[in-house]
Design a protein around this ligand. Structure first.
Ligand SMILES: Nc1ncnc2c1ncn2[C@@H]1O[C@H](COP(=O)(O)OP(=O)(O)OP(=O)(O)O)[C@@H](O)[C@H]1O
Ligand SMILES: [Mg+2]
Length: 335
């Protein structure tokens, strides 16, 4: 059964949209390229292709920063284009389910609603779903009956640590650590140790390739600019250097998990102990994070096969499964 509805996870790096019309989800970079004052030049993955390569008259940027909408005008434009593409140019009235982080201000939460209302996408109803609840559902947890579920979503700009129980959020904290910080830390370490300047994309590739490189007992090969000579060069980077660079950020995530655990009511602690932690978000795939969390907390760490999509899959569940429909809270005009 097809429904005229969209589920949207507005990530700081990737936008994921579930399309109820054909039961598929898509993901693109949540990015826009503007030429001159306000001419749309590119959006999504094609804007990302230009990132760090475009001339000065083209501004390439992410409208969502630290998990919240920082540039409403460009985000409006992006949503409109993405929904229009998914509707093959013919936008019809639809319901919109949108995931929102919990630990943000009322004004920031409201902006998610305003975005859908104002972006000309013919929203029939706008429903807000707590992002951590969607994550839980996306990992096949029956969040309505489960007690003491600890969800850690490591994204691009943010990590959200949330304690769920009986369909609600007991505690939640949004911190500014994620894949972006990992990339920046690797960049800084490579510069310091190898006198090599690398771009963000190279640093991200290096981070993602680490598992494989390590398994093969090799060094990673990267291209960049030598600081001393100023020329393009190729260098081999040793894997331990990368992990040393990431350690500080892993520790910040672990400290925040610990703080939530310390504030958890004892009955719920027992449930967390039994089930372990649910770790998700694209950033959680970074090498050795899961095992570091397990070692530091003594808890089992559960991961999904497709952590980047757990929020959008959870939105699908709220949209499709009447048992979970109450987890989408309809927001009304002026409320
Ligand atoms: N295999 C991988 N190994 C390491 N990191 C990965 C891997 N795949 C994706 N990532 C990282 O995941 C991050 C993007 O994850 P995700 O899409 O969950 O973030 P987001 O939802 O856009 O951000 P946020 O939730 O913070 O707003 C990027 O930093 C990317 O480098
Ligand atoms: Mg995210």
């Amino acid at each position: 059964m097809n429904v005229n509805a969209f589920g949207i996870d507005l990530g700081s790096s990737n936008i994921k949209i579930y399309n109820g019309n054909d039961d598929t989800y898509f993901m693109e970079k949540n990015m826009i390229a503007i030429e001159g004052r306000d001419t749309l030049f590119a959006y999504g993955d094609s804007a990302f292709d230009m990132y760090e390569k475009a001339p000065d008259n083209i501004q390439v940027s992410f409208p969502v920063v630290n998990g919240v909408i920082a540039d409403i005008k460009n985000m409006d434009t992006l949503i409109h284009y993405f929904v229009s593409d998914l509707s093959r140019g013919n936008i019809r009235p639809a319901d919109f389910y949108i995931a929102v982080p919990t630990d943000v201000t009322e004004v920031e939460r409201r902006a998610f609603y305003d975005l859908i209302r104002d972006s000309n996408v013919k929203a029939r109803r706008i429903l807000i779903v707590e992002k951590a609840i969607a994550d839980g559902l996306g990992m096949s947890i029956d969040v309505k009956t489960s007690q003491g579920v600890l969800v850690v979503d490591v994204g691009y700009d943010t990590t959200e640590v949330s304690l769920l129980s009986l369909g609600g959020i007991v505690l939640s904290r949004l911190i500014k650590v994620g894949g972006y910080r990992f990339d920046e830390a690797i960049k800084a370490a490579v510069r310091r140790e190898y006198s090599l300047v690398i771009g963000s994309k190279t640093s991200e590739k290096l981070k993602i390739a680490m598992w494989e490189v390590e398994a093969q007992n090799k060094n990673a090969v990267v291209y960049g600019r030598d600081i001393v000579m100023g020329l393009p060069v190729e260098k081999e980077i040793a894997t331990p250097l990368v992990y040393e660079a990431l350690k500080e950020h892993f520790d910040t995530i672990i400290d925040n998990i610990r703080q939530i655990l310390e504030r958890t009511p004892p009955e719920l602690s027992a449930d967390i102990y039994r089930h372990g932690i649910y770790l998700t978000g694209g950033g959680s795939l970074v090498g050795h994070l899961a095992e570091n969390i397990a070692a530091a907390t003594g808890l089992k760490v559960n991961m999904d096969e497709e952590p980047i999509a757990t929020v959008v899959k959870g939105l699908y569940t709220v949209m499709r499964d009447s048992h979970f429909a109450s987890l989408g809270v309809e927001v009304n005009n002026g409320k």
